[in-house]
Design a binder for this molecule. Structure first.
Ligand code: KIV
Length: 266
């Protein structure tokens, strides 16, 4: 049984942490034996609901998907994303919503986007004994404000800002942080600047862990995956083959076969 402390203490280790996203019970069951923690990411909005970005994801959606993942009874910590609009404006509202996620799903912690700008919220949630995973670098919930997905750490000033963000997360009590869409060398510098693990996605091989969206690595999605994704399977192709074969079998009356039919006991 792995714990949040196991993640927190996994800094500068030879073997990086492994994490993947899960939104459903069967996927969590498949991932559980192979990962160090699971993230119920708000990427659920784009991956399962066909949304353009994550800003339309609601607290209720995150709670329902958190519950679904917890029904798999994972042996690794489960972190649930706080969706856009559920924590940024007011620290008391952030705490109330983090508590709702924890109470209603039984998950092990929450993740929220932002560094220095979210310090008060993170401190308040951590003080209430709720583990927080930070998320800095490219922040998908800011896509509309920023006019697109922009890679971070391209200038000295940006790198300094990101190091400040990472240090702030550490000071505020986050147990680790996702570092997304950040120039390789900058991600190395940020990782070295703090004593909590960095979990990279489109960041650097030198991060203390790596996370991907599971459906991206399985080749399940129709959109072209981002550059940082390695596809380990072509499940979209497998689905296409299976469904085409099923449709052909039905139309040719090969399915259902004798073995699929209920017979009167003789
Ligand atoms: O929502 C998500 O899945 C994430 C990961 C990509 C880190 O935040």
């Amino acid at each position: 049984m792995k714990s949040i402390d196991f993640i927190r203490e996994h800094k500068n280790k030879d073997t990086p942490l492994v994490s993947l996203t899960a939104y459903t019970t069967p996927m969590a069951q498949s991932l559980n034996p192979h990962v160090d923690f699971l993230l119920v990411g708000d990427s659920v909005g784009t991956v399962l609901y066909g949304m353009d970005n994550t800003t339309g994801v609601t607290l209720e959606m995150m709670i329902e998907h958190g519950k679904a993942v917890m029904r798999a009874k994972p042996h690794v910590p489960v972190i649930v994303d706080m969706p856009f609009g559920s924590y940024e404006e007011d620290s008391q509202e952030a705490l109330n919503n983090a508590k709702r996620i924890m109470d209603e799903t039984g998950a092990d912690g929450v993740k929220l986007e932002g560094g220095v700008s979210m310090r008060v919220q993170i401190e308040k949630i951590v003080k209430a004994d709720i583990p927080v995973l930070g998320h800095i670098g490219l922040q998908p919930q800011s896509v509309e404000k920023e006019g697109g997905y922009k890679i971070k750490g391209k200038t000295e000033t940006q790198v300094e800002g990101l190091i400040e963000d990472a240090k702030c997360l550490e000071d505020a009590g986050a147990f680790a942080f996702v570092l997304e869409g950040t120039i390789d060398e900058a991600a190395d510098q940020i990782t070295k600047a703090v004593n909590i693990p960095s979990i990279g996605i489109g960041a650097s091989a030198a991060c203390d862990g790596q996370i991907l969206v599971t459906e991206d690595l399985l080749g399940l999605l129709h959109a072209r995956p981002p550059k940082f994704v390695q596809q380990y399977a072509n499940m979209k192709g497998d689905i296409d083959w299976a469904i085409k074969t099923f449709a052909g079998d039905v139309r040719a009356r090969r399915f259902p076969g004798e073995e699929h039919l209920y017979k009167k006991a003789s």
